[in-house]
Design a protein around this ligand. Structure first.
Ligand code: ZN
Length: 316
């Protein structure tokens, strides 16, 4: 180091500091540093892990930063990767407008479920790795100028399964929307009801739908967004009863898995079975909306629905 300092200083402008290492003869010592330079070069050639992601659809290698900037949508083929609830909320709501509800609510191990691992341990593990308390984030925020009650599920937390916390948080959100006269948006992704909570999970299907019925009775709009994958107990309850049902491109949507259906019906399943596109052709889904257009579409739909609501209120 000292040699380098000395060499640089003598080559550059007049040095104000005295040279630490002496004589010109030692300038030859610069040469032994060559291997060091070589070593740095070979390091540069290595691709550090976790910087690139391979697209499962088109096999393109995408720089992670590029993928994040593009809301986790492949820049080459448009494949929609899964995205976390917080990331999604940040991309949708106006800055600092989101007030989270029931952020600290956590499940209790009511059934003392023990399988391969105890439920209580599993919960702790997932809370640590995802930095979430459970599989949904709820709150009230502003999207494109409209105040909305927003619930967003996260697949990374126990496969987005619905237990008592997911059901209770969503029910409280729907009730808050009814009370405050707000439109409701729920963005779903789920493997279904949470088996570790047995019947308590299944009860959430009826509970959320009951709250939605009151929201509908108050003539308030509910937009349900289905993302990859939305299945089983969630699809069979609040996710499929929206006034408008949207889906992200290529999302797997269904109740039971394709293998179970094939075995039960003994029939060959049609191509594209259990995708959003397939269900749109058959009338269950109203529109396929790419993630990057979702915010603008919400603005458009909420504007339209708000006007309809006003008209309905004047007439009725
Ligand atoms: Zn791709």
């Amino acid at each position: 180091m000292a040699t380098t300092t000395f060499t640089r200083k003598t080559l550059g402008l007049e040095s104000t500091e005295p040279a630490v290492t002496p004589p010109p003869s030692s300038a030859g010592n610069v040469l032994p540093k060559k291997p060091k330079l070589g070593a740095t070069k070979s390091k540069k050639r290595e691709i550090p892990e976790g910087l690139w992601t391979k697209c499962p659809k088109c096999a393109a290698m995408i720089f992670d930063k590029e993928l994040d900037d593009n809301l986790k949508v492949c820049t080459k083929c448009g494949h929609h990767f899964r995205i976390g609830a917080r990331e999604r909320i940040n991309a949708l709501v106006e800055t600092c407008s989101f007030e989270e509800m029931d952020a600290q609510m956590t499940s209790v191990d009511a059934l003392k479920f023990t399988g391969v691992a105890a439920y209580a341990d599993k919960l702790q593990e997932y809370q640590k790795t995802t930095q979430l308390k459970d599989a949904v984030i709820t709150g009230i925020g502003r999207i494109d100028g409209h105040r909305v009650a927003l619930g967003v599920m996260d697949f990374d937390f126990l496969a987005g399964s619905m237990g008592s916390v997911v059901g209770e948080k969503l029910t409280r959100l729907i009730e808050a929307a009814t009370e405050k006269g707000l439109p409701l948006i729920i963005i779903s992704t789920s493997g279904g009801a949470r088996m570790y909570e047995g019947m308590f999970s299944l009860m959430q299907m009826a509970k959320t739908c009951g709250a939605l019925a009151y929201h509908a009775k108050a003539r308030l709009p509910y937009i349900s967004v289905l993302t990859d994958p939305t299945t089983a107990g969630v699809m069979a309850s609040f996710a499929s009863v929206g006034d408008l049902i949207l889906a992200e491109p290529g999302a797997m949507i269904g109740f039971a898995g394709p293998r179970v259906i094939k075995d039960t019906t003994q029939a060959e399943l049609p191509p594209g079975f259990q995708t959003g596109e397939f269900l749109m052709d058959r009338g269950l889904i109203d529109a396929i909306v790419p993630r990057k257009e979702m915010k603008d579409r919400f603005g458009y739909y909420l504007e339209f629905l708000a006007e309809r609501m006003k008209k309905a209120a004047t007439v009725g």
